[in-house]
Design a protein around this ligand. Sequence first.
Ligand SMILES: Cc1ncc(COP(=O)(O)O)c(C=O)c1O
Length: 417
Amino acid sequence: MEIFAARESAVRSYCRQWPVLFDRAAGCWLYDEAGRGYLDFFAGAGALNYGHNNPVLKQALLGYLNEDRVVHSLDMYTCAKREFLTVFDELILRPRQLDYRVQFPGPGGANAVEAALKLARKVTGRTEMITFTNAFHGMTLGALSVTGNAFHRRGAGVPLGHATPVPFDQAADGQPPDFQWLERLLTDQGSGLDQPAAVIVETVQGEGGINVARAEWLRDLAGICRRHDVLLIVDDVQMGAGRTGPFFSFETSGVTPDIVCLSKSVSGYGLPMALTLIRDDLDVWAPGEHNGTFRGINPALVTATAALRAYWQDDTLERETTGRSQRITAALSALAESLPGPRPRARGRGMAHGLAFDDGELAAKVSLAAFERGLLVETAGPRGEVVKLMPPLTIADSELDRGLTLLGEAVRVSVRL
Ligand SMILES: Cc1ncc(COP(=O)(O)O)c(C=O)c1O
C-alpha cells in the first residue's frame, strides 16, 4: 500500500475510509486482494445501479471490443451512438412523451451540469441561478457555484457567484411556507434578485443527506418556474437511471423539466458517460460551442444500450425497486425504533435511503463498524451525519437482508460506544 501514500495526491478520500486493496467485483460484492468479500451498499456513489461487472452488459462490451469497433470518436457519428440514441428514444423518451434532444457533454456528472447551466444562460440571456440548500452538483466551478457544501465551495479558490440558495423541501420546517419567500423575491421589484435563468434541483439530494422532495413540492416549484418564465433543470445524475424506481426520478411527480442532467448509472457498467437532455426548442447551441474530447465514449454507449434493453423494456426493475424500497424502509424504521434515544431518523425513496444521526461522529463510527463487518456504506449530509444506503438495484433480497443485518449490528455497537 506504500505507493498510494508515497505518490497519490492527498486529495484521495474513499480509500482512507476503506483502506484495503480492492481487486475483483461481481454484482453487489467487492473483493479485496486477499479475497475477502464486502457487500457494496455504496455502488460507486450511484454509478453501479446494475451491479459490478453485470454479465449481460459485460457480454455486450466484450463483443464490441473483440470486433475492433470504434472506441474513441469525440462526437463523430458511430454505429454505437446510433444504436444508443435509437434505443433511448424508443424505450425511455417516447413511452414517457419526453421530447428531449440529447447532448453528450463530456464524461462526468459535472460536465452535464456545466452544459445545462451554460445553455440556460444562453437561452435566456440571464446570468442568475436559483439553487437549494444542501444541493450537490459537482466540482467544476459552475457546478460548485450551485452546490451548497461550504468545504467544497472553499476549494474553488475564487468567489462563486450568480446563484441564490433557497430552502430545499422541509429544510426550513415550513416557516415561511414553501416557496412563499421565493415567490416574493421573484415578484417584488425591490427584492434585489435579478430575474434568474433557471432553477436547478435534485428530487432527492444524495450527497446532501438523502433529503427527499415531496411530489407536491416539486409541482409547486415547476409552477413557479412556469409563472416567472424561469427554466427548470433537474439534476438526475445520482437519482436517475432507476435509483428511485422509475427511470427518471421526477416521473412520479408529473413534472417535466426543461433540462435534465444524467450520468453515473446511465452507462450501466461504471463507464464514464453523461447526458444533458434539452427541451427541443431550447437547443440553441452553435455547433461545437460546448465540446470536449471524451463525449460519447463508445464502450459506454454500448453498455448503456444493453442496460436499457435488459432493464427498461418493461416495468419489472421499477416494481422490484419499489418492493426492495419497502423492505429497506421497514428494516431501518425497526432498527431506529429499537434504539435508545436520541434515535436516528430513517428516510429515503426507491433504493436511496439514509439513517440520519444527530452528529457526524456517530455516523462515521457506524460506517467504520459496517466496514469491519464487511459492508460498505458511506456518510453524507452537511456534517456527514447521514449513513447512506445505495445498494445496486439488482441486489438479491437475501443479500439486501444480510446487509441490513450487518448495518443493524454496526449501529448497535456504535451507539453503545
Ligand atoms: C446530483 C449530482 N450531480 C452532479 C454530480 C457530479 O458528478 P461527477 O462526480 O460525475 O462529476 C454528482 C456526484 O455525486 C451528483 O450527485
